[in-house]
Design a protein around this ligand. Structure first.
Ligand code: G3P
Ligand code: CA
Length: 314
């Protein structure tokens, strides 16, 4: 009788988990799929069509890179400037700044020089494919409204120090917006969990120590000089003070698989970036590459441009 009762209880728990939604189901299975800028292999990155496709392809979380406009609105865009992924050069031909890159004069159109309304005039889809012509850059609020109940949110604060120098408190903007949407407490909306990521340890420390957020934070590692202090069994434990996980560039894990063991021993999750069919290195396919990281190197989660290729099981 007792074993039947246990089996029934397990069945009930599993059943409830499935009812709660795809994201929960996937997390119970243990490996987490984060779509990188949406399903960005197939649709223009950080746009609603890209986010929609990511959800259709089974993403547990959808990433949004965040920038701040002149009037303090958080918008979804990877770059600090608009020219790579929009027609800003045609719409606002005179509004550039000239900067020197590698000794050459280059024109740039910084997000922070434009209001949200101005940025809404830009075409952010044609650069990817003419079929996406007219696609707009979403505000973060539009992205939240679009994804709520369908997948988790995985915002990245891009260059918070740059925006700080311009007078914006990016960390507070992000956390206030989550609070306004009642998404600032873990577990409050099981279908829309939130994880914040940043390359800036200072920014994450501010969110932890000063702003007292309870939202899980992931510290992105690119292997630069700043990161070297964390590249040991002892060093990685320092991350625990301001984040619940690390997000290393995948090459860092390939060259130093111990990083995963050290992080797990410290109680930190490991989420690698970025897996894309356009560049799989020595692996035959992006699916094979992701499988190696998830099931051989034993990372917990990953960012991919190709959510449809995510290997749910080995
Ligand atoms: O956020 C993880 C990964 O996206 C970091 O690289 O440059 O694509 O934002 P990036
Ligand atoms: Ca990112």
């Amino acid at each position: 009788m007792r074993s039947v009762g246990v089996v029934s209880l397990v069945g009930l728990i599993v059943g409830v988990g499935i009812l709660v939604g795809g994201a929960i189901e996937a997390r119970q299975a243990g490996k987490i799929l984060i779509s990188h800028r949406g399903a960005s292999a197939y649709a223009p990155e950080n746009t609603l069509p890209s986010y929609e496709l990511a959800i259709q392809q089974g993403a547990d979380y959808v990433e949004q890179d965040l920038q701040v406009t002149k009037d303090g609105v958080l918008m979804c865009l990877h770059d600090l400037t608009l020219e790579r992924t929009t027609d800003v050069e045609d719409v606002f031909p005179a509004r550039f700044r000239e900067v020197t890159v590698d000794g050459k004069a280059v024109k740039q159109w910084p997000v922070a020089d434009f209001t949200a309304a101005e940025i809404k005039r830009l075409d952010a889809g044609s650069w990817k494919d003419p079929k996406f012509a007219g696609t707009r850059i979403p505000t973060w609020q539009e992205a939240i409204d679009f994804m709520r109940g369908k997948a988790g949110l995985y915002p990245e604060t891009k260059a918070p120090e740059v925006y700080g120098k311009l007078g914006f408190d990016m960390e507070r903007l992000v956390l206030d917006q989550l609070k306004k949407n009642k998404l600032d407490i873990p577990g409050v909306d099981p279908k829309t969990p939130v994880i914040i990521q940043s390359f800036s340890a200072a920014s994450l420390k501010k969110m932890t120590d000063e702003l007292k957020t309870k939202v899980p934070l992931v510290y992105l590692l690119d292997g630069g000089a700043e990161n070297q202090q964390y590249m040991s069994a002892d060093g990685i434990t320092k991350v625990k003070a301001f984040a619940s996980g690390i997000g290393p560039n995948k090459n860092l894990v390939l060259t130093n698989p111990d990083l995963v063991t050290w992080a797990h021993r410290a109680g930190l999750t490991v989420t690698c970036w970025t897996f894309r069919s356009a560049n799989t290195g020595t692996f035959a396919s992006v699916k094979e590459e992701m499988s190696h990281y998830l099931y051989t190197l034993k990372i917990d989660a990953l960012f991919t441009d190709n959510p449809d290729q995510f290997p749910r099981q080995k």
